[in-house]
Design a protein around this ligand. Structure first.
Ligand SMILES: Nc1nc(=O)c2c([nH]1)NC[C@@H]1CN(c3ccc(C(=O)N[C@@H](CCC(=O)O)C(=O)O)cc3)C=[N+]21
Length: 294
């Protein structure tokens, strides 16, 4: 039986640290604030929003949900983002994606202020992530994957890691973050000839495609580490990941469950990024705050 590596201990350890950071900021009269920008009311946006609001409340981060009509025009949407960019009380912004058809992401991604872009929408943050510049904000879910690997002492340096999926939300950024840690990364996508062949050879498999139970037992080698980023609802209405968990769990050395795996760490990273943004905007570093306390 492989080890089921849960997200909760990882999330709890991050949350504990963040609660302390918020307390230290409050001594200076600073309260971090996140604005969530939601267009319409898609189910998976609402699911993420609920988790994010709960986490922020627990940590002591203020929140503002900006709910916009599903048919908002591009000009009105851009005006709203600029208003939030200019609102000094807002430290971080999370814009749910994908945006509806009439909003052109290739234009909008340049509007959000990179300093407030806590989920890596801005090309500035994509660039910083790619360079390994730690002043930026890599996206929350891929960062959660890296935090889980670190927490459970999975050192990816020199390991063969296969990522299934190449989206800008999961596959591509997680591939970059893994490469930054000197993993040998293979990224599979819809034009990959044989994804199973690539995953079978990997020491670590990361899957984020949104296809329920895509990765089967025979896609994974004995003793592999499997990180499942998928959050799906199957035809029976149960939450499931992108891996056939029940049949892989005995073969893998470690595997993340769904729910209770990567998804449960994502909101902690979001909160961490809001606090980081707040500190950067107020020109404070942790050491400085500790000095004030002592
Ligand atoms: N810019 C952007 N970044 C995103 O990461 C993003 C997005 N837009 N748009 C919507 C999708 C969907 N999504 C979910 C996240 C958590 C749950 C979820 O259910 N989370 C549970 C935990 C699930 C678990 O335990 O695995 C919770 O937070 O309590 C669902 C959906 C993020 N997305």
């Amino acid at each position: 039986m492989g080890e089921i590596i849960k997200g909760k201990p990882v999330a709890d350890s991050i949350t504990e640290e963040l609660i302390q950071e918020v307390e230290l900021l409050s001594v200076r009269g600073i309260t971090p604030k996140l604005a969530i920008v939601r267009v319409g009311a898609r189910g998976d946006d609402l699911a993420y929003e609920k988790g994010a609001l709960t986490k922020c409340k627990k940590v002591g981060i203020e929140t503002q949900v900006v709910e916009l009509a599903a048919d908002i025009t591009q000009d009105d949407f851009i005006a709203k983002l600029q208003e939030l960019n200019n609102d000094a009380s807002v430290n971080g912004m999370l814009i749910f994606r994908p945006l509806p058809q009439q909003l052109d992401e290739s234009v909008i991604k340049y509007i959000i202020s990179p300093e407030k872009d806590v989920d890596c929408f801005s090309p500035v943050n994509v660039g910083k992530m790619t360079e390994g510049d730690e002043t930026g904000f890599p996206p929350c879910t891929p960062t959660a994957v890296m935090e889980i690997l670190k927490f459970y002492d999975v050192d990816v340096k020199g390991k063969d890691v296969t990522v299934v999926g190449a989206s800008m939300v999961v596959g591509k950024p997680v591939s970059i973050l893994l490469l930054n840690e000197f993993a040998t990364v293979t990224t599979c996508h819809i034009f990959t000839k044989d994804s199973a062949k690539m995953t079978k050879e990997a020491d670590v498999v990361v899957v984020g495609v949104g296809v329920p139970r895509l990765v089967k037992e025979n896609w994974v080698r004995e003793g592999a580490v499997v990180i499942d980023v998928g959050i799906n609802v199957d035809k029976d209405g149960n939450m499931c990941g992108d891996t056939d968990f029940d049949n892989i769990v005995d073969k893998a050395a470690m595997i993340t469950p769904v729910p209770g795996g990567v998804g449960s760490v994502t909101t902690s990273i979001l909160a961490k990024h809001v606090i980081k943004a707040c500190k950067q905007q107020n020109h404070v570093n942790s050491k400085e705050i500790e000095a004030v306390m002592n």
